[in-house]
Write a protein that binds this ligand. Structure first.
Ligand code: SAM
Length: 182
């Protein structure tokens, strides 16, 4: 079931879906020896989605991801779930790189049309002095490639907004939205 404040026009996923643009050999690399992409996680991640009402917040009117309880330092928060694809998605603001092949075939995770709570994580710029979380790619013990959000070196307090860095390149690629501070 979708969490509170989930937008009705976005499909809620508990495990990533493969788009038809992913060649079978790339799908095998991403899945490794696991079939866990088909098994929804049983536990709710320690996050809540909240609409941002503060006028000083640069994403006012949008949503953000907040800690539902205290999150210790360097702790897995949530996997970034979405549509794994190999086609270009230049207009998506929810697309992360997952895999870069030597042959130029790359795969991303796009959560613009479907995804989980992680799609609501905002960039720290204009909100906090530094990010309190990071994106980290990992392989599960069965070799499945995933992108996850982890807390940084300090604990995230209950109710605090979880903020990552999208990277300067992400903002530069969106020149019209570039905040003054990059
Ligand atoms: C992955 S989404 C994050 C979730 C988004 N706030 C939402 O409600 O769907 C990325 C978008 O969030 C907004 N955003 C994230 N961090 C921001 C920031 N520091 N300043 C301004 N806008 C931000 C931008 O509109 C960006 O295109």
């Amino acid at each position: 079931m979708a969490p509170p404040h989930w937008p009705s026009h976005i499909q809620y996923l508990q495990c990533s879906q493969f788009h038809s643009s992913v060649p079978p050999e790339v799908r095998l690399i991403i899945q490794g020896n696991s079939n866990t992409n088909k098994q929804p996680t049983k536990h709710r991640p320690p996050v809540v989605i909240r609409r941002i009402t503060s006028t000083s917040h640069p994403a006012q009117g949008q949503c953000g991801l907040f800690a539902a309880k205290k999150i210790p330092p360097q702790t897995h928060v949530i996997d970034y779930i979405g549509e794994i694809h190999c086609d270009d998605r230049p207009d998506s603001d929810y697309d992360l790189s997952l895999y870069r092949g030597h042959d130029g075939v790359n795969a991303g995770i796009d959560a613009s049309r479907m995804g989980n709570e992680a799609r609501f994580v905002n960039d720290y710029r204009g909100i906090a002095a530094k990010p309190n979380a990071v994106f980290s790619d990992l392989k599960t013990p069965l070799g499945e490639m995933r992108m996850s959000i982890w807390s940084s070196g300090q604990e995230i307090k209950k109710g605090e907004e979880i903020l990552v860095s999208y990277g300067k390149a992400w903002w530069r690629a969106r020149q019209t939205n570039v905040p003054d501070f990059i």
